[in-house]
Ligand binder design. Structure first.
Ligand code: IPD
Ligand code: CA
Ligand code: CA
Length: 257
């Protein structure tokens, strides 16, 4: 299954790549939440191919009406993660696709066609970047850890969320090496998987932002939890906290100050 998915994602990525270098008509789904015709085109292409190829799975995808779909045997798709980067030609953008069998992680594929970086993982078989095995970093000192986070679209409309973002940065920044905000949750998780970041946290993400990245990270030896340090549940938890495992306890503690 993974080989076919990679083939389909690579085909879809031609649409992303074509759009990346063009001026785009941008529509707003919310005050800050962008969508372009390329998000929709990549999604339609993926849905069409995946539903023909994998008849036992439904496809839950960001730009579609998913209200009648049950999360069970599901392929969860973000056609373009990092749409703001895509629109502004920041090369940190990707297609993200996570396969779940009976709600359990099975396959994760994240592809950044601008940098030609393909992250893949199948449960129990490890995580790979362009075919080479990847592993999380071994750094266990939070003070030396490079972290990443993201700012929710609700920061423009919800004061509580904005205050929480600022408070957590204020609490964590003095205690770590530094914090990055590159604008693609799927790639942020892959960067922890690769050992570039030691940890990552963010609020208000949707299942398609993290469905693939969390499988890739776990297969690279990392861990993912909610903000209490408990098992992270797709579609339910407000916060995701991800790390190389060694700094997880310290990260959780300091996100709860
Ligand atoms: C967004 C990106 C971003 C994160 C946002 C997401 P989108 O996804 O993953 O890094 O901070 O919360 O919604 O809208 O570009 O698919
Ligand atoms: Ca996304
Ligand atoms: Ca998206």
């Amino acid at each position: 299954m993974i080989e076919k998915i990679i083939e389909i994602v690579k085909e879809a990525s031609l649409i992303l790549k074509e759009g990346y270098y063009k001026n785009k008509d941008v529509n707003f789904k919310g005050k800050k939440d962008l969508v372009t015709k390329y998000d929709v085109a990549v999604e339609n292409f993926l849905k069409d191919k995946l539903s023909k190829e994998f008849k036992d799975f439904n496809v839950i995808a960001e730009e579609s009406d998913n209200s009648n779909l049950e999360f069970k045997n599901s392929i969860i798709v973000d056609p373009i993660d990092g749409t703001t980067n895509f629109v502004n030609q920041v090369p940190h953008t990707c297609i993200s696709l996570g396969v779940y069998k009976n709600k359990k992680p099975f396959i994760g594929v994240v592809y950044n066609p601008i940098l030609d970086e393909l992250y893949t993982a199948q449960v129990g078989l490890g995580a790979y970047l362009n075919g080479k095995r990847i592993e999380v970093s071994k750094e266990d000192d939070l003070q030396k850890a490079l972290l990443s986070t993201g700012f929710p679209y609700t920061s423009g409309t919800c004061e509580n969320d904005l205050n929480d973002v600022v408070k957590k940065i204020k609490d964590i920044l003095p205690l770590c090496q530094d914090i990055r905000r590159l604008g693609s949750a799927a790639l942020d998780l892959c960067y922890v998987a690769r050992g570039i970041y030691e940890g990552y946290y963010e609020m208000n993400l949707k299942a398609w932002d993290v469905s693939a990245g969390l499988i890739i990270l776990q297969e690279a030896g990392g861990i993912v939890s909610n903000i209490k340090g408990e098992e992270y549940t797709l579609f339910e938890d407000k916060y995701i906290v991800a790390s190389n495992s060694y700094i997880h306890e310290a990260l959780i503690k300091n996100l709860n100050l």
